[in-house]
Design a binder for this molecule. Structure first.
Ligand SMILES: Nc1ncnc2c1ncn2[C@@H]1O[C@H](COP(=O)(O)OP(=O)(O)OP(=O)(O)O)[C@@H](O)[C@H]1O
Ligand SMILES: [Mg+2]
Length: 442
C-alpha cells in the first residue's frame, strides 16, 4: 500500500475533524452559558414562589387555634411536586409542609437566602421577626436534566454535520483539483516523442510553479535530445562522402595489387571502411527514426512497399524468403519511407542472424499484423529485453553494429505502435520472430 497521503482524503478528514472539534467546543461553551442562565431563572422562580407562599403560610399558621394541627398542606389535586416547602419556627420545629415535602431534603435549621443540600437547591425566607421560616426546595436533578436536554439538542446537529462536512469538503477539493488531475493525465498520456509544453493556464495558482518547472524540464530535454539527434545525423551525413571516397580509392588500389602480399591488408581495410559506411547509414536512420515524422498525414497502403523491399532482398536471401500477403490493402498512418526502413532492418536481421538452412517467413495480414520469422538459435529472454537498446547485440556470427532493432523500435514507438520480439518464434521450437501491428496505434 502506498504510504503517500491523498490530498483529498487528508483535507476531507482534517477539515471534518476540525469542524467537529470547533462545534464541540461551541456546544460546551453554549451549554455552560445556558446552564448559568437557567440557574438564574430557576433561582428567581424559587425566590418568587417563596415570597408568594410566605404570607399565606403565616396567615394560616397564626389563625390556627392549635399550632400543632394541620401540619401538611392538602393537595387540591393529585400531582407531582417539583417545588416542595417547609414552614418551621426559629428552632426548626415543623409548622407546615407541602404535601410531598420530605424534611430530610432540608437542612436541620432553617436560614434565609439560597443554599444547596446534596440533592436540592433551597431558598429560605423569614417573617414575624424571624420566628417563622419558609424554605422552598427544588431537586437539583431537575436542573441537571434540563441542562442535559439542552446539551443533547445542541449535539444532535453534529450527526448530520459530520457526513455533510466530509462530503462537502471531499467534493470541493475534488472540484478544485480537477484541473490538476487533467494536467497529470495530459503528462501521462504523452508518448515519448511528445515534448511540447503542457497547458498551465487553468491550473490553481499553487500548482503553477510545478507546471512551469515541468515545462522547463521538457524544454531542456527537448533541446538535449534535439542536439544529440542533430549531432548524430550531421556526423553520419558528413562521414558519408569521405568514407565513400576512401572506399573507392581502396577498391582501385586493390585492383592494382594482383599478386601483392599486401592485398590481404587492403581487403581488410576495404571491409572496415564498408562496415563504417554501413554504421554511418544506420546512425542516420536512427537519428531520423528518433526525430519523429513516422506518422503520415493520410493512411496509405503499405503492401506494395513490403513487396518492393522483399524484392530488394531477393538476391541476398537466395530463395529463402516466403512472403504471404493480405487479400486487401493494409492502410496505415505509418509513413511509407519509415516503414521501408523498419522492414529492411527486420528482414536484414532474419537473413544475417537466422539459420541459413531454414526459410524466412514474412507475412502481412488484413488486420495490419506484419511478422518476420526465421529459424536459428534461441535468444534468452534476458537478452531479448536488451536488444532494443542501441549497440546491443546477442550471440551471432554475423557482423553488425547493434542498431537495427533500436531503429525498428524507435520507429514503432514514434508511430505509437508496439514492436514485439519473440524467441523461440511462435508455433516453433527455435528461431526469432518480430511482429508489429501497423493499424493499432495507442
Ligand atoms: N532475426 C533474428 N534472428 C536471430 N537473432 C537476431 C535477429 N534479429 C536480431 N537478432 C539479435 O539481436 C541483435 C541485435 O540486432 P540489431 O539488428 O539491433 O543489430 P545487428 O543486426 O547485430 O546490427 P545492425 O542491425 O546494426 O547491422 C543481433 O546482433 C542478433 O544477435
Ligand atoms: Mg540488424
Amino acid at each position: 500500500m502506498s504510504s503517500r497521503a491523498s490530498l483529498q482524503k487528508s483535507l476531507g478528514i482534517g477539515l471534518t475533524l476540525g469542524v467537529t472539534l470547533l462545534w464541540l467546543m461551541g456546544v460546551i461553551a453554549s451549554g455552560l452559558v445556558a446552564q448559568h442562565e437557567m440557574n438564574e431563572v430557576f433561582d428567581s422562580a424559587l425566590e418568587e414562589t417563596a415570597q408568594r407562599i410566605l404570607p399565606l403560610a403565616v396567615t394560616d399558621i397564626l389563625n390556627r387555634e392549635n399550632r400543632a394541627s394541620n401540619l401538611r398542606a392538602p393537595a387540591l389535586k393529585e400531582h407531582d411536586e417539583y417545588l416542595t416547602y417547609l414552614v418551621r419556627d426559629g428552632e426548626g420545629n415543623l409548622l407546615l409542609q407541602s404535601h410531598d415535602a420530605n424534611p430530610g431534603d432540608f437542612r436541620s435549621h432553617p436560614s434565609e437566602g439560597f443554599s444547596n443540600t446534596p440533592s436540592h437547591r433551597i431558598y429560605g425566607v423569614s417573617a414575624v421577626s424571624e420566628t417563622i421560616y419558609l424554605e422552598i426546595a427544588e431537586p437539583l436533578a431537575h436542573r441537571r436534566e434540563a441542562a442535559l436536554e439542552a446539551g443533547v439538542a445542541l449535539l444532535l446537529p453534529l450527526f448530520l454535520l459530520i457526513p455533510v462536512s466530509f462530503l462537502g469538503v471531499w467534493w470541493i477539493v475534488r472540484f478544485t483539483l480537477r484541473q490538476v488531475v487533467e494536467f497529470q493525465k495530459s503528462i501521462e498520456s504523452r508518448g515519448a516523442g511528445d515534448l511540447s509544453p503542457v497547458a498551465t493556464d487553468r491550473l490553481p495558482v499553487e500548482f503553477e510553479p510545478i507546471a512551469t518547472a515541468v515545462n522547463q524540464l521538457l524544454e531542456r530535454l527537448h533541446r538535449a535530445l534535439e542536439s544529440e539527434r542533430s549531432f548524430t545525423a550531421n556526423s553520419a551525413h558528413e562521414l558519408r562522402t569521405p568514407l565513400a571516397t576512401a572506399l573507392a580509392k581502396v577498391q582501385r588500389l586493390k585492383g592494382q595489387m594482383d599478386g601483392d602480399p599486401l592485398k590481404k591488408t587492403v581487403i581488410q581495410i576495404e571491409d572496415a571502411l564498408r562496415s563504417l559506411s554501413t554504421l554511418s547509414g544506420k546512425l542516420l536512420e536512427l537519428a531520423k527514426a528518433e526525430g519523429g515524422g513516422a506518422i503520415a498525414q493520410n493512411p496509405q497502403n503499405l503492401v506494395p512497399i513490403l513487396e518492393m523491399v522483399v524484392k530488394d532482398f531477393a538476391s541476398q536471401a537466395q530463395g529463402r524468403i516466403v512472403l504471404s500477403l493480405p487479400d486487401n490493402a493494409v492502410d496505415s498512418f505509418l509513413d511509407p519511407d519509415t516503414f521501408a526502413i523498419l522492414v529492411r532492418n527486420l528482414i536484414e536481421n532474419a537473413i544475417k542472424h537466422g539459420d541459413p538452412a531454414q526459410l524466412i517467413e514474412i507475412s502481412m495480414h488484413d488486420n495490419g499484423t506484419l511478422k518476420v520469422c526465421n529459424g536459428g538459435g534461441i535468444v534468452s529472454p534476458a537478452q531479448l529485453d536488451l536488444l532494443r537498446n542501441r549497440f546491443v547485440r546477442s550471440t551471432t556470427g554475423a557482423s553488425g553494429s547493434g542498431l537495427g532493432l533500436a531503429i525498428a523500435d524507435a520507429i514503432a514507438k514514434g508511430a505509437g505502435m508496439t514492436l514485439h520480439l519473440r524467441s523461440p518464434a511462435r508455433e516453433r521450437q527455435d528461431g526469432f520472430e518480430a511482429e508489429i501491428n501497423l493499424r493499432n496505434r495507442q
